[in-house]
Write a protein that binds this ligand. Structure first.
Ligand code: QV4
Ligand code: CA
Length: 511
């Protein structure tokens, strides 16, 4: 009885930090701009069998249609209503996706754009993904409905109604972010409309939310909205389960607003993670992988149990948002795989893998002028994610989550879940290794010379298949074999010119 009380107390206190994943699954993937029909299939044919915990989906609510430039990805961050109706699909397709993914134990997390509606320069008419009328100048969104009273025009004190000074918390939260009409979240009416939208999604079966632009909302206003949310759908979740919450707050230091103000509401995106890891793996500013020994809180990052971590996201992979030039993406595939491998092997934070589409980059004076290009499409209709015979994706979809090295490191993270960080080794430069209890071990060589050394792995004796260079198939191994002796030690050689200069072995890759 005491135990049950304790459990329920922990449940109540910690609920919104819990991703509501199926037992033993530890990483989500952001299927950026995918259609609901493709996500449903991906859950069944790939994500569930490979052990992915969940999917972050692009905003599912109706948005403005931007024709100049033609159908940019960012139009989805300009809401017109809360109808489930976008280029990714309609409500029936969304429901079918949530049901099919949940049925195979893969959770859906919704990107909730609740700080604002469309841009002030968005005009008027029915140029929206479901044809709902709006008038940006009059602050009129009858499909919600919102009107002039529901926006922060009166509250914002900046000279032009926009956010110009990130050193002023009131301005950041009460004014328009890049001209986006800022909702008056202190009003119970607005909070109720937002909570109704989120509760509609909870009813359908989603497991949680990314709160877009959380920095631009007062933590107390967010809390008031969260207090109105229902428990998760008991068709798939234990009674009393609370939605998982992770708030998009970019805090690289030096601004008026810090991540810690949001810890009471749920997890927070840790943007230092990708920015710093990119700097280390690129070996910029004299950084070395050996310095990663105390990665996490030791590097000035937030507490692990509050952090949502990722190497890149849909913004900073194309120069939007923050993080800067150091961010690694699929465009730098070799270094990117090492960064994602390090993230998935390391115990810090709840991890999110990025899954992108390719676009024609065109750098002019260091800026990609094609950073707006939307998903692969025919006249604006998002293209299907096709699957090639070799399991990669077609039609311009990158599918990083299907790359062997990344997919196998998601499995590694599941296998070592709950195990301590141990057996750290480094050469004082860019050759490092560490283990997770007696369940997994990983070795990196990011130096300009070869690695050849014997290390304590902590693993039971046996022959293991390296899941970076290959796979364990039918009891054999298509990659490098590593033999661990009775003393737990194993010899590793990694050439600095290897296609992937790292090796990972774990309990389930034992032959
Ligand atoms: C333009 C002018 C403005 C003018 C305005 C008038 O530039 O000066 O005031 O018109 O209407 C797009 C355009 C932008 C345009 C704006 C409004 O790029 O030029 O302003 O629309 O029409 C994405 C994109 C933005 C895009 C926005 C809405 O990144 O470029 O703006 O969608 O379509 C900060 C925040 C952080 C944010 C990050 C990008 O703290 O919260 O910037 N990240 C999230 C999302 C991101 C999204 C938003 C927030 C907004 O991850 O994808 O922005 O929802 O760091
Ligand atoms: Ca705001």
């Amino acid at each position: 009885m005491k135990f049950l009380l304790l459990l329920s107390a922990i449940g109540l206190c910690w609920a919104q930090y819990n991703p509501n994943v199926q037992q033993g699954r530890t990483a989500m993937v952001h299927l950026f701009e995918w259609r609901w029909v493709d996500i449903a299939k991906e859950c069944e044919r790939y994500l569930a069998p490979k052990g992915f915990a969940g999917v972050q989906v692009s905003p599912p609510n109706e948005n403005i249609v931007v024709n100049s430039p033609f159908r940019p990805w960012w139009e989805r961050y300009q809401p017109i209503s809360y109808k489930i109706c976008t280029r990714s699909g309609n409500e029936d397709e969304f429901r079918d996706m949530v049901k099919r993914c949940n049925n195979v134990g893969v959770r859906i997390y919704v990107d909730a754009v609740i700080n604002h509606m469309c841009g002030s320069g968005g005009g008027s008419g029915t140029s929206s993904t479901c044809g709902s009328y709006y008038n940006a100048k009059n602050r009129d969104f009858p499909a919600v409905p919102y009107s002039g009273w529901d926006f922060n025009d009166g509250k914002c004190k900046s000279h032009d109604g926009g956010i110009n000074n990130y050193g002023n918390a009131e301005e950041v939260r009460n004014c328009n972010l890049v001209g986006l009409l800022d909702l008056a979240l202190e009003k119970d009416y607005v909070r109720t409309k937002i909570a109704d939208y989120m509760n509609h999604l909870i009813g359908i079966g989603v497991a949680g939310f990314r709160l877009d632009a959380a920095k631009h909302m007062w933590p107390g206003d967010i809390k008031a909205v969260l207090n109105k949310l229902n428990n998760l759908n008991t068709q798939w979740f234990p009674a009393g389960s609370r939605p998982f919450i992770y708030q998009e707050v970019i805090d690289l230091g030096g601004e008026a607003i810090s991540s810690s103000e949001y810890f009471g509401n749920g997890r927070v995106t840790e943007f230092k993670f990708g920015a710093k890891l990119g700097t280390v793996i690129r070996k910029w500013n004299g950084e070395k992988m050996s310095y990663l020994k105390n990665w996490g809180e030791g590097w000035g990052m937030m507490p692990s149990d509050k952090a949502l971590v990722f190497v890149d996201n849909h913004d900073n992979q194309r120069g939007h948002g923050a993080g800067g030039a150091s961010i690694l993406t699929f465009w730098d595939a070799r270094l990117y795989k090492m960064a994602v491998g390090f993230m998935l092997a390391h115990p810090y934070g709840f991890t999110r893998v990025m899954s992108s589409y390719r676009w024609d980059r065109n750098f002019q004076n260091g800026k990609d002028v094609n950073d707006w290009i939307g998903p692969p499409n025919n006249n604006g209709a998002t293209k299907e994610v096709t699957i090639n015979p070799d399991t990669t994706c077609g039609n311009g979809w990158v599918c990083e989550h299907r790359w062997r090295q990344i997919r196998n490191m998601v499995a590694f993270r599941n296998v070592v879940d709950g195990q301590v960080f141990t057996n750290w080794w480094d050469n004082g430069s860019n050759q490092v290794a560490f283990g997770r209890g007696n369940r997994g071990f990983i070795v990196f060589n990011n130096d300009d010379w070869s690695l050849s050394t014997t290390l304590q792995t902590g693993l039971p004796a046996g022959t293991y298949c390296d899941v970076i260079s290959g796979d364990k198939v039918d009891g054999g191994c298509t990659g490098i074999r590593i033999s661990v002796g009775n003393d737990g030690r194993a010899h590793f050689s990694i050439s600095n010119s290897a296609e992937d200069p790292f090796i990972a072995i774990h309990a389930e890759s034992k032959l």
